[in-house]
Write a protein of this length. Structure first.
Length: 237
């Protein structure tokens, strides 16, 4: 799994060029946050240049004069690519609308062992998504694999650091590493509850911090509980 950590590192630091546009209106208001409750702190005038960074619901994050601010998505009608005769509204919205899928890669700790996870998500909206993941854990006493299906909800997707919660379940495959005694592999169903934070890095990439609590069903009278901590990256496409 060393290649997973390497890929995660390079994906986090890889430079991404944002799109440059020109204002074709007398002015557009720029706010400190994605909402009309945030104050207007800058005004971009006609022919001023903006850099589009990302979109959250009805707001767009832009770079303007060394500051990262927000403008209403309705103002995209007045933003043009250099030399273009039409606004970027149709192109931008079509591009955003196609991004229903995310690919995730994460690494961390599962029950005191090193753990790596690969996941794929389908976004029904900015708020609701479903994720299928496969993970590999490696310890001195045993190795393990997890296959999970989780439904997540992000109540405030427009926040700079956006929290989410997820519920789901799957199976845990455990392979003991014993030499003297041959121990059979165990397959256990499990139910999961996950909480996490998403932080946008670019228009398509976001960093994630994840904590997952799982209840593992066993043959014994008492079920086991496990904890998983992960830090990772999600890429939209």
């Amino acid at each position: 799994m060393r290649w997973c950590a390497t890929l995660l590192f390079f994906a986090l630091v890889a430079p991404v060029l944002a799109q440059q546009v020109l204002v074709q209106k007398d002015y557009v208001d720029l706010r400190t946050g994605p909402g009309r409750g945030y104050p207007v702190v800058e005004v971009a005038l006609k022919s001023d240049s903006l850099q589009l960074l990302m979109q959250r619901t009805g707001w767009v994050k832009v770079q303007f004069r060394q500051h990262q601010l927000w403008l209403a998505a309705t103002d995209l009608d007045y933003l043009y690519l250099p030399g273009a005769e039409q606004s970027i509204t149709a192109l931008w919205q079509a591009d955003q609308g196609q991004r229903h899928w995310e690919l995730g890669l994460a690494a961390g700790d599962f029950a005191g062992t090193s753990y790596y996870q690969l996941s794929g998500s389908y976004l029904f909206s900015d708020v609701i998504a479903i994720e299928l993941s496969a993970g590999q854990g490696s310890g001195q006493q045993a190795s393990s694999q997890q296959y999970l299906l989780q439904l997540s909800v992000s109540p405030w997707p427009h926040w700079q650091v956006s929290p989410y919660v997820a519920l789901g379940g799957g199976v845990l495959l455990t392979r003991p590493r014993t030499v003297l005694v041959q121990t059979e592999e165990r397959t256990s169903p499990l139910a999961t509850m996950e909480m996490g934070l998403n932080y946008p890095l670019t228009e398509r990439a976001q960093a994630t911090l994840r904590y997952r609590r799982a209840l593992v069903s066993t043959d014994r009278d008492i079920n086991e509980e496990t904890n998983t901590w992960l830090i990772g990256l999600r890429l939209a496409f």
